[in-house]
Design a protein. Structure first.
Length: 155
């Protein structure tokens, strides 16, 4: 998770990038790393998780990542969660949860991606949330904060 936090900090420092960090690990080895590039690329799908999955696919020349663990500093959105399912990622580990950060980072209906996975797709993927949540949540606006309107992309 600490490597994902490093990625988030790199993204936060890069103009046009974002403060969500992600790494993918297999057999204890880092195999891909990324931060949010949606604004940088003008691509709404360029979330950190998607960028990392794309990089790994290009490197490994495959679309399946069995045995891999994806670490992300923020609870993955529905798009990223389903991408992990299609990629056959074995485990998702995330830091800050929707309770730890401002609501602007999530859909307004409090949709649970964990329920989506187990109800509609697979029951063999492991999901662990809240890992280093305090440290991860410091990267984002807190629930009680009043972020500037221009930064509230999901509103």
């Amino acid at each position: 998770m600490r490597l994902a936090i490093e990625q988030a900090r790199m993204g936060d420092r890069r103009p046009g990038a974002g403060e969500v960090g992600c790494v993918i690990v297999r057999d204890g080895q880092l195999v891909a790393a990324a931060f949010n590039e949606a604004e940088l690329r003008h691509d709404p799908t360029a979330h950190a998780e998607i960028v990392a999955l794309r990089r790994l696919g290009e490197q490994w020349k495959t679309t399946e990542f069995r045995g891999c663990t994806l670490y992300c500093t923020l609870q993955p959105c529905g798009m990223c969660t389903v991408a992990c399912l299609w990629a056959k990622v074995s485990r998702i580990v995330y830091g800050a949860t929707r309770e730890d950060v401002h609501s602007m980072y999530f859909d307004t209906r409090h949709f649970s991606t964990v329920d989506l996975i187990h109800d509609a797709f697979r029951d063999d993927i492991q999901i662990t949330g809240g890992v280093l949540a305090d440290e991860c949540s410091k990267l984002y606006y807190r629930p009680q904060d009043d972020p500037p309107p221009q930064e509230q992309k999901n509103r």
